[in-house]
Write a new protein. Structure first.
Length: 218
């Protein structure tokens, strides 16, 4: 695998489309490809930690998703690592494969994001039965101000990654949806990877922003 050379001024890392990196979500590094033809664009993040001072707490959302107090605390205290492969398949469809591992002995999950906006089923040992779809989305197609605003020019140019996930209610007995977009924004003068999440449930709706400090690829 080609060793990447980070560009500290532009937040980019040159590497082949099929290179694998480790992401750490609650504590760590996230890398996503914003232009598969040329280079990986780094999305975020501190090498070992999510910036919790700049991020909103996810505890209430997890509670509304039916996650137990014990599991919520375990997630809060765990280091969650994501091994990510971001590429285009033979049909030219953009894909993001994620294999997750957690510290503390908690079993991780795997995600296979295909950016064609087609619903697919997924069984998650933490969140239960899910339905989800993903795509790359241009700013002109976003109407919600919370999802649309505050992105840097390169994110506006290439578009955000949109992920829509909902509980598969007949199987899980839960009722909720999460619509989130990923990109770059300026936070306290620094370029940061960010996720904007709109959560909806019968009990409460939430808007959350997660911010990550970039510390270099692992």
């Amino acid at each position: 695998m080609k060793t990447p050379t980070p560009d500290r001024h532009h937040g980019r890392t040159d590497i082949s489309d099929h290179a694998r990196f480790v992401w750490k979500v609650y504590h760590g590094t996230v890398i996503l490809n914003s232009n598969l033809q040329t280079q990986l664009t780094r999305l975020g993040c501190g090498l070992d930690h999510q910036n919790k001072e700049q991020s909103d707490s996810t505890d209430k959302m997890l509670e509304l998703q039916g996650i137990s107090w014990f599991m919520r605390k375990a997630i809060q205290m765990s280091s969650i690592s994501l091994s990510v492969k971001h590429y285009k398949d033979d049909a030219g469809v953009e894909r993001i494969d994620i294999d997750q591992t957690l510290s503390g002995g908690i079993s991780g999950t795997s995600e296979r994001r295909i950016l064609d906006w087609t619903y697919r089923e997924h069984e998650d040992h933490i969140f239960g039965a899910l339905l989800g779809k993903s795509r790359r989305l241009k700013m002109k197609d976003i109407t919600d101000p919370f999802l649309k605003n505050d992105w840097l020019p390169d994110t506006v140019e290439h578009g955000v990654i949109e992920s829509f996930v909902e509980s598969d209610t007949p199987k899980s007995n839960n009722v909720w949806t999460v619509n989130q977009v990923w990109g770059f924004e300026l936070v306290e003068g620094d370029r940061k990877y960010a996720r904007h999440l709109k959560f909806s449930s019968p009990q409460e709706d939430l808007e959350l922003r997660l911010i990550y400090d970039y510390g270099g690829p692992l």
